[in-house]
Structure formats: C-alpha cells, structure tokens
Design a protein around this ligand. Structure first.
Ligand code: AMP
Length: 216
C-alpha cells in the first residue's frame, strides 16, 4: 500500500497515520516529524527548517523534496509507505509522482481527511505534545492523568510554536492557498478518497480502512 494522507493542519493526520501504518504494516513518514527530529538534534536541516516552521510557512521545496527523495530510498518502503504532510503543494506532488515513476511504484490512493476550520482551531490551540515521545494530547479532549505530563512515557508536554492561535490562522491560509490544489490534482489522477474526519478517532480509522479496502 503506497498512500498519501492529506488534510488541513489539525485534521488528525498524525493520529490516523499511526493506526493505518500499523494496520497495513507500512512505515509512517511524516515530513513534519522528520523536521522536528532534526530540530531537536540541532542538525543543519533542522536549523534550515526552523524559521519556516515556527512562522507556519512551508520549508522550501528544494530542502523538502530532497529529504523525501532520500527517505524513499530506504529498504523499509519496499512494501509501501504512508506519507503524512507531504506533498503540500502541486510542485511537491509532481516531484513525488516522478520519484515513484522511476521506481515503477505509483501511489495506490490519496486519503483526504475533511474537517471544518472552526473545529481545527479548537483542536490545534488545545493540542500539547510530549517532548520525549511526540504523542499528542489535548487540554480538554484528551487530558493526561497528571497535568502537563505524558501518560505514555512521563515526558513533559509542550505547545508547538506553530499551534499558537495567530500561527494556526496563517497555517490554514497556507493550506488553502498552497496545499488544497493538490486535492484537485489527485482527483484528476483518479487517486482521491475523501472521508469526514470528525467524531471519535476509532470511527475515523474505521471509515478510512473501509474506504481504502475498496481500492486496495
Ligand atoms: P506538520 O507536522 O505536518 O504540521 O508540519 C509542521 C511544519 O513542518 C509545517 O508547518 C512546515 O513548516 C513544515 N513542513 C512539513 N511538511 C512540509 C512539506 N511537505 N513542505 C514544506 N514544509 C513542510
């Protein structure tokens, strides 16, 4: 299964990606997670990405495309992969198509998670992330047992710079202007599947698997 997950920030791509990658036994490749890991380790790539990420803008294509190209050469993608957060504009979608055409391994499907903007702002402004394991919590919808502490690993929770309210609005604008056009791109390619992404995490996962089973 070679799959792309697309949807606005806060649609729950990361959460669904965890479940789907384990269901299909394919690696979850999140460009946002790769950038954050590089930032934490203080690599050149991390430093290059930081200012774009903190302000809610896209990291330049030259940097992002090479990072993904390199990731897709690893052995673990031979049975498929789930890309989360890439592509984020039409240029990246074209680069991905070219990389996969070279490997004679085209995409099977693009799953769009659809949620309205008001709900996204509520989800993202309350989101807190574990500094240690990266798990996402929510100050109201998914509270840990101990304030600001991850139940899974005991790590400290923090608010992503780009989850602050003024940056969220900008990220939604960036999504509409730059990322939403890839939805039409993939519709034209006959790859797009759209599911509503409101409700419980388990219901959304079930919806996703039912829809994907129809194409795979
Ligand atoms: P995410 O965790 O997917 O919300 O990504 C966090 C941030 O990483 C984004 O707001 C961008 O600054 C950067 N980023 C992640 N994926 C991409 C991409 N495909 N192209 C450009 N920037 C990206």
């Amino acid at each position: 299964m070679r799959l792309v997950l697309v949807g606005p920030p806060g649609a729950g791509k990361g959460t669904q990606a965890e479940f789907l990658s384990s269901h299909y036994s394919i690696p979850h490749i999140s460009t946002g997670d790769i950038f954050r890991a590089n930032l934490k380790e203080g690599t050149v790539l991390g430093l290059e990405a930081k200012s774009f990420m903190d302000s809610g803008n896209l990291v330049p294509d030259s940097v992002t495309n090479e990072m993904v190209r390199d990731r897709l050469t690893k052995d673990d993608v031979s049975n498929g992969f789930l890309l989360d957060g890439f592509p984020r504009n039409v240029m990246q979608a074209e680069v991905l198509r070219a990389i996969l055409a070279e490997k004679k391994a085209p995409l099977d499907a693009v799953l769009e998670l659809s949620v309205d903007s008001a709900e996204i702002i509520l989800r993202l402004s309350g989101r807190r992330i574990c500094r240690n394991c990266g798990k996402a919590w929510h100050v109201e919808y998914e509270k840990p047992a101990v304030l600001n502490t991850c139940d899974a690993c005991g790590g400290e929770l923090y608010q992503r710079e780009d989850d602050k309210e003024e940056v969220i609005k900008h990220r939604l604008d960036v999504y509409q202007e730059q990322t939403a056009p890839i939805v039409s791109f993939y519709r034209t390619e006959g790859l797009l599947i759209t599911i509503p992404a409101s409700g419980s995490v388990a219901d959304i996962t079930e919806r996703a698997i039912t829809a994907l089973n129809r194409v795979h």
